[in-house]
Design a protein around this ligand. Structure first.
Ligand SMILES: CC(C)(COP(=O)(O)OP(=O)(O)OC[C@H]1O[C@@H](n2cnc3c(N)ncnc32)[C@H](O)[C@@H]1OP(=O)(O)O)[C@@H](O)C(=O)NCCC(=O)NCCS
Length: 168
């Protein structure tokens, strides 16, 4: 079941966010970005978002068969998108054991519904150049490549590909 995230989820959101990054990006991003001390940083991030401090959002969570929070999605008005793109997926992370069961597609569909309900025209997301699984997922759900960028990440820089659904 997918439901809206709430303040009581913050410790689990932080845990899943950090763990999903480690599963997805080990060897692809600087180790500092995967360190356990990111837990406090992620908790602060989710606290600010759920308090409304970063503007309107749709934050979704989903649980695994054992009832543990295992997936998160965060959709917001665009802050890092190319011109002409009004909403973005800030985060969409499923732990490995709940991937490839259609859950990501369902969370994305709810995000797209939310953007449409707000009067948004389109939606985009950045994926690491090395994250071909996410890129395949975005293409499979109807997105096309719209941009490329290189972002500083600690001591390194990361190549990313932007994908967009237009209209959303
Ligand atoms: C990418 C992600 C959100 C996709 O969610 P999901 O629930 O695993 O994907 P779904 O089951 O909804 O997949 C829908 C379709 O997308 C495609 N797809 C999804 N993941 C894929 C992968 N790793 N490789 C190839 N195709 C993939 C397939 O066509 C799939 O349909 P199929 O399973 O019938 O073949 C999820 O796997 C995830 O969180 N991955 C790790 C973190 C990540 O990369 N997040 C995105 C950051 S930019």
């Amino acid at each position: 079941m997918i439901r809206a995230a709430k303040a009581a989820d913050i410790p689990d959101l932080a845990r899943v966010h950090v763990e999903a990054w480690r599963q997805a990006y080990a060897g692809q991003v600087p180790e500092a970005l995967l360190a356990p001390d990111r837990l406090a940083w992620r908790a602060a991030m989710w606290t600010a978002i759920l308090a409304g401090g970063e503007g309107p959002y749709l934050a979704l969570v989903a649980h695994d068969d054992a009832g543990a929070l295992a997936a998160l999605g965060l959709f917001m008005p665009a802050t890092e998108a190319p011109a002409g793109w009004d909403h973005e997926i800030r985060s969409l992370y499923l732990l490995r054991h709940v991937q490839r069961r259609g859950l990501g597609a369902k969370m994305l569909a709810q995000g797209r519904d939310w953007v449409r309900a707000r009067g948004g025209r389109n939606l985009m997301a950045w994926a690491l150049d090395a994250n071909t699984g996410a890129q395949d997922f975005y293409r499979a759900t109807g997105a096309i490549e719209i941009a490329r960028r290189v972002v500083p990440a600690g001591t390194a820089s990361l190549a990313e590909i932007g994908f967009g659904w237009d209209p959303v």
